[in-house]
Design a protein around this ligand. Structure first.
Ligand code: AKB
Length: 318
């Protein structure tokens, strides 16, 4: 039986990943790690163990790993792309110094570690269409710099110390539960709130700006499925391209209009978000993930839109 620690359990992905892991492995086997000031609440708090797991203080992580005999760590501590540009030193401290602390604990106690990378690990010189698994990674953002370093450091710990590190390059993640904070792809979540609230949406990036996106259930499956994959089949580790849909603001707007015909959208371009989005792939090639561990998404843009609108209508009517 696995014993798991989720670091960053109250964040956008962490809050749903913790609950999904509890469903699959049993509540008492999944510890919700948090930093003071971001304590778990509601179901997350009530359904299983929790403890302070601050990546900037490796002792807090070692303590939980020892106490709960943790064998697998999902390390979701990071600043997203836009906020990392305004706080680059903090982005490095959490993303890289923090990862170092996590990997050292993993090396000491023999844990496997999942630390996500992102489409943000690519840059303008990367091929933007069908971005290959192994290609140029010269990002211009601090977020990207930390993500490429995450991939390299995670591979280093695997090769040098045998730590079982694995990772995916997440696209923009869309969910109706917890809001993202400070990312370039956040607009693809915000647009659904506007549609359900009946307000006009203002897109921060131009029509024609394509980025990979993914519905949360597929993102959770990807992380868990990769950590469960047979290591013998893995030719890559840090990090796999995964993809399910790619759209620009017009594409998601039209998908929503099918269900909300009077929905309106305009544009007010945010130069930072536009520059970041322009440096990222339009769509990644995820063949290696499909071949090496059976990755297969379930949601396309239409299926996600239908589900998002239904779930958000219920959520926002309460
Ligand atoms: C962001 O926009 O910063 C993230 C990402 C794509 O990694 N959602």
């Amino acid at each position: 039986m696995k014993n798991i620690l989720v670091i960053g359990s109250t964040g956008q992905i962490g809050s749903e990943l913790t609950m999904e892991l509890r469903k699959r492995y049993g509540n008492e086997h999944v510890v919700a790690g948090y930093i003071p000031g971001a304590e778990p609440k509601g179901d997350l708090k009530d359904s299983g163990p929790m403890g302070i797991a601050d990546v900037t203080d490796g002792e807090t992580i070692g303590k939980i790993v020892k106490e709960y005999k943790v064998d697998t760590i999902y390390n979701l501590a990071a600043l997203l792309s836009v906020v990392a540009e305004s706080k680059p030193a903090l982005a490095w401290k959490i993303g890289i110094d923090g990862l170092w602390n996590v990997l050292e604990v993993a090396r000491t106690y023999g844990c496997a570690v999942f630390t996500p990378s992102s489409i943000g690990s690519f840059g303008v010189s990367t091929p933007h269409v069908k971005t290959p698994q192994d290609t140029i990674q010269r990002p211009s953002t601090m977020y990207g710099v930390t993500k490429v370093t995450t991939e390299l450091l995670s591979d280093y710990y695997y090769v040098k110390y045998g730590v079982d590190t694995r990772s995916v390059r997440f696209p923009g993640i869309i969910s109706y539960k917890t809001l993202p904070g400070g990312g370039t792809t956040d607009y693809a979540v915000d647009i659904y709130y506007a549609a359900v609230r009946g307000t006009k949406f203002v897109a921060p990036v131009k029509a024609g700006t394509y980025m990979d996106m993914m519905y949360m259930p597929d993102a959770l499956n990807a992380a868990i499925q990769l950590m469960e994959a047979d290591a013998v089949r893995l030719k890559h580790r840090n990090a796999f391209n995964i993809a399910s849909m790619s759209f620009d603001p017009e594409g998601i707007y039209q998908a929503i209009k099918k269900y909300v015909p009077d929905f309106e959208m305009g544009y007010d371009i945010d130069p930072l978000k536009q520059a970041i989005a322009d440096s990222w792939p339009d769509c990644m090639d995820d063949t290696c993930a499909r071949e090496e561990w059976g990755w297969k998404p379930h949601y396309d843009l239409d299926a996600m839109t239908k589900d998002m609108l239904e779930k958000l209508r219920v959520k926002l009517s309460k």
